[in-house]
Design a protein around this ligand. Structure first.
Ligand code: ADP
Length: 544
């Protein structure tokens, strides 16, 4: 039997043992808690990492079923991880890309790992581009499927596509530029050869009158063609620079049509073509407010093309009233334009035949210029055509009737007879022009009308004459002149001599000049090179 002291000592030992066991246990618990916390922290860290990645991490089993996918899948596709996990991944692939994806999946299973791109489908059914790289996924040495990373690249793809398109466009522009330069060289050299060659031949002493006439008409035709080229180049460069303005004025559409008809009639008469026009309004109602020069350019371009591309048959042009628009048409029975080419001919430099052996001249600028002009005036232009049957170009213009009633019939009468003699023997015309060649040209041109002509070398000389004389009815004034320019001259004349008809001579392409000319006090403008019929008609209408 243990004594009391022995029992107390044993109890004491036991308590010490208990205390040390408890301390060890507390230590263990604290250690365990620390480990658990570290594990949680580590887990949290990896979860945050995965969630904050732009990339998506996924695993598939060897049957292509999604076993894990990181939450970002929702950002890209709109599906939550729970909606996709357990489903075959092809359910989320864009249909056209499914075959490619399956091939890729089997490649990865056979150990080949390479990045690839394809389209996934969002929950709303839209395609999104992704790039993925994946490899075999092993657990304890056994292949259980694949694991991979997926990144959305839709923006990148779009940028790539835009870049590719821009590259193709740049290559196309480069091709067109070379073609354009070759055509331009041809379009300048051919008339130049005509002008220089036949000007040289004119020197031949034994030349008959008929040959001389023939040579002169070739020189004139070549000059006209060159002027056409220059006008087209000026027009297109202004369109591209956005430097065009609309200059509205009262315009008799019937006059325009008849003028163009008369202008082209001699050219068409030489061929087996029936040429006619149709005006959709009576003459006295055909005055609308529009940009006369632009309509003239468009109609001229299209009618000229009809003549160029028609060997025989008919060419008819004119307009009808459709709703609140004038519907213009130019219809020919020429070579026609295939459907696919109809889409490109309104683009600059484009032609149906772009080969080096093409049989038609031209720069491919007439239609793009016409389109730009018509759209500026609030209309539309289009073509209907069948190859070998013919072509009809249409364009619309909003009708904006003029309030002023014009003596239209009288004017038209003049137009129909461009060869009519004009008698200005009771009119004195003051010409302010500094270029000797132009002075001579105007004098020669006006000779047949018997007008009395006063020539001034600049604006100041013109004013000096007017101060001392009162016989001037018409003043034909150049804009660019030394000493006193045309605008200043017009302002001074307008202030002092109210009844003189002030006509500005302007380079055809300088539209803004025309606008400023009207502001300075001019009544009319006439484009250089001056068309004598236009000028005579204008003087007759305004003075008589
Ligand atoms: P260009 O006549 O100077 O080549 P355009 O811009 O006026 O330039 O016309 C572009 C192209 O459209 C022409 O080259 C021609 O191939 C085609 N085209 C235009 N008008 C006609 C037409 N009436 N008949 C057949 N082809 C036409």
């Amino acid at each position: 039997m243990k004594s009391r002291e022995e029992l107390i000592a044993e109890l004491h030992e036991l308590r010490q043992e208990h205390d040390s066991l408890k301390a060890a246990f507390d230590n263990y618990i604290a250690e365990h808690n620390r480990n658990e916390k570290a594990l949680k922290e580590s887990e949290e860290k990896y979860r945050m990492l995965v969630e904050n990645l732009n990339e998506i991490i996924y695993t598939l089993d060897y049957k292509a079923v999604i076993t894990y996918i990181s939450p970002n899948i929702e950002v890209i596709t709109g599906y939550t991880p729970a909606e996709v996990t357990g489903r075959c991944f092809v359910d989320f692939v864009y249909p056209e890309d499914i075959n490619g994806r399956m091939e890729q999946f089997h490649k990865i299973l056979s150990g080949v790992s390479e990045p690839s791109e394809y389209r996934m489908l969002t929950k709303k059914g839209a395609p999104v581009w992704v790039r993925t790289s994946a490899r075999l996924f092993k657990k304890e040495g056994c292949v259980t499927g694949i694991q991979g990373v997926l990144t959305e690249i839709t923006d990148l793809k779009q940028a790539e596509q835009e870049l590719r398109k821009a590259k193709e466009k740049a290559e196309e522009n480069n091709r067109l530029k070379s073609l354009f330069l070759a055509n331009l060289s041809h379009e300048i050299r051919t008339p130049m050869n005509g002008i220089l060659g036949f000007a040289e031949l004119l020197k031949t002493p034994e030349l008959t009158g008929k040959s001389k006439e023939n040579y002169i008409s070739i020189i004139k035709e070549s000059g006209d063609r060159m002027l056409d080229t220059i006008n087209h180049l000026m027009d297109i460069s202004k369109i591209e620079a956005g430097a065009l303005t609309v200059l509205n004025s009262e315009t008799n559409i019937n006059e325009q049509i008849i003028y163009i008809y008369n202008f082209f009639k001699p050219e068409v008469r030489q061929r087996d073509i029936h040429f006619s026009f149709k005006n959709g309004l009576p003459d006295d109602q055909a005055v609308i407010i529009t940009d006369r020069e632009k309509i003239y350019v468009v109609l001229t371009n299209i009618v000229k093309n009809a003549i160029k591309y028609t060997e025989e048959g008919t060419i008819e042009f004119g307009y009808h009233i459709r709703d609140n628009n004038l519907l213009f048409f130019v219809k020919d029975t020429g070579i026609g334009i295939s459907k696919e080419k109809q889409e490109i001919i309104f683009d600059r430099f484009r032609q149906v035949d772009e080969s080096h052996t093409r049989s038609y001249d031209g720069l491919g600028l007439g239609l793009p210029i016409s389109k730009a002009y018509i759209e500026m005036l609030g209309g539309k232009i289009w073509v209907e055509s069948a190859q070998k049957e013919g072509t009809t170009f249409y364009f619309t213009l909003p009708v904006n009737y003029s309030a002023r009633t014009l003596k239209t019939k009288d004017r038209l009468h003049e137009h129909q007879k461009p060869s009519e003699k004009y008698d200005f023997s009771n009119i004195t015309i003051l010409i302010a022009e500094d270029e000797k060649f132009n002075q001579l040209y105007l004098e020669e041109m006006l000779k047949s009308t018997n007008a009395k002509i006063i020539m001034a070398g600049n604006g100041q000389e013109a004013i000096d004459y007017l101060e001392k004389n009162s016989d001037i009815k018409v003043a034909l004034i150049d804009i660019k002149m030394p000493v006193l320019d045309g605008l200043e001259t017009a302002r001074l004349i307008r202030n002092k001599f109210k009844n003189i008809l002030l006509v500005a001579q302007t380079a055809y392409s300088q539209q803004h000049e025309i606008e400023t000319a009207f502001k300075a006090g001019f009544d009319e403008f006439i484009s250089k090179p001056i068309d004598c019929h236009k000028l005579f008609k204008l003087i007759k209408t305004r003075i008589n």
